[in-house]
Ligand binder design. Structure first.
Ligand SMILES: C[S@@+](CC[C@H](N)C(=O)[O-])C[C@H]1O[C@@H](n2cnc3c(N)ncnc32)[C@H](O)[C@@H]1O
Ligand code: SF4
Ligand code: SF4
Length: 373
């Protein structure tokens, strides 16, 4: 363990159960059956705090389904933990809001797929979910609780996701658009029929494209391009881990199939410090992905072991699906072309201004000369 590898953050799947049945969800419906045991989560919160963890994510499934959810929020507040709740908000009660508002370190992330109620509900499989989620967002805003929208794009909302971005902007809410969904955690590829094609990605990127968007992506890419083969792939098991409803520990959200310990049988400290699998994951560097180290698209790509593992039936985290490479290549091309065209247009208009300036001066001179003569 390096000196900076201490547990900062812990993610709980509070409930695998969910009241929605989203077509793209990385958790297959047949796994959505349980909620976590109250005493287990309370015990792990104490242990996490003793290990100096500072942040907790409550997700699922749908965490608000848990009957003791407010007790978890309250305990986090008492332990001075910052909290991020990932919820569809369809079951948000005034009691939840009253407890949430007491923790100044609490924020909420919710999922809104379209401003067309039918399109949103066709993704969640729950009639009326659009109205409830939007209502939940507005109540959180009203209560002064920071809220962010997550908007994965798929076939069902590829034409209307952009309205969510506009709506969010109008309400001063941050929105994260994820153009490509990742494969389900059972490696079955059962949700991939909903993933957009590369041609559809073209149109999605065009809708999203603006100077601000292109510059942010390019700056992030420039930083990523500086990474070397000796750098870690990601923060997995270096700062954070996840806990399932059964108390199983897994490396990151979406990688439920990679069990690296169980907290019914061990303490958090034991798993964090002694698990062979955690040590192994912590040691993986970028040079384990030799194809990626000097790839020209690496700045526009998230090399992600979870996404790789879920994409193939063997769950091999080193397997790189060609589709992801094509997405990175397309994103790079789109961003660079956009900025190049923008720059050309700007330098054209600057030369036009100069020419106008010159011809003005010449015109003026001509007039002066004409007057003199
Ligand atoms: C798994 S949900 C759990 C929290 C809550 N039920 C919700 O929907 O907000 C967390 C986020 O993951 C997103 N998500 C689910 N499946 C995904 C996938 N295959 N690819 C990308 N994001 C996905 C959801 O849209 C949601 O924004
Ligand atoms: S994305 Fe969230 S709300 Fe939708 S099925 Fe998955 S866990 Fe439930
Ligand atoms: S585009 Fe492909 S080869 Fe390049 S960094 Fe990404 S995963 Fe690696």
């Amino acid at each position: 363990m390096g000196p900076s590898d201490f547990l900062r953050s812990i993610h709980f799947d509070v409930a695998s159960a969910c009241n929605e049945h989203c077509v793209h969800c990385y958790i297959p419906d047949e796994c959505k059956t349980k909620t976590i045991e109250t005493n287990l989560i309370l015990r792990i919160l104490e242990e996490a705090r003793r290990l100096n963890a500072i942040h907790v994510t409550f997700s699922g499934g749908e965490p608000l389904l848990h009957k003791d959810f407010n007790d978890f929020l309250k305990r986090c507040r008492e332990l001075d933990l910052s909290v991020n709740v990932l919820s569809n908000l369809t079951m948000l009660t005034d009691d939840h809001i009253s407890e949430m508002v007491k923790n100044p370190l609490l924020s909420v992330q919710t999922s809104l797929y379209s401003m067309d109620p039918l399109a949103h509900d066709s993704i969640t499989g729950l009639v009326g979910s659009f109205n409830k989620t939007v209502d939940g967002i507005l109540r959180l805003i009203e209560a002064g609780i920071p809220v962010q929208i997550s908007c994965p794009v798929m076939k069902q909302n590829k034409d209307s996701f952009i309205d969510v971005v506009v709506w969010a902007r109008e309400h001063n809410v941050a929105v994260a658009v994820e153009p490509v969904i990742f494969a389900s955690c059972d490696h079955s590829g059962g949700n991939l029929d909903n993933r957009i094609s590369l041609d559809e990605l073209d149109a999605v990127l065009d809708k999203e494209m603006s100077e601000g968007f292109a510059r942010v992506i390019k700056e992030a890419a420039s930083e990523k391009e500086l990474l070397t083969g000796k750098d870690p792939v990601c923060s997995v098991c270096r700062y954070s881990l996840c806990v399932s409803v059964e108390g199983n520990v897994f490396p990151c959200a979406g990688w439920q199939s990679n069990v690296i310990g169980n907290l019914n049988a061990s303490t958090l400290k034991e798993v964090w410090e002694d698990s062979e699998k955690i040590r192994w994951l912590r040691g993986i560097k970028r040079d384990s992905f030799s194809k990626c180290v000097s790839c020209e698209n690496r700045g526009y790509c998230t090399v992600c072991m979870m996404a790789n593992a879920n994409e193939n039936p063997d769950g091999n985290p080193f397997f790189i699906d060609d589709f992801h490479c094509k997405v990175a290549s397309k994103t790079r091309r789109k961003v660079l072309d956009f900025l190049e065209i923008k720059q050309e247009a700007e330098s054209d208009s600057q030369s036009a201004v100069k020419e106008v300036g010159t011809s003005d001066a010449t015109g003026q001179m001509g007039a002066t000369q004409a007057w003199k003569s």
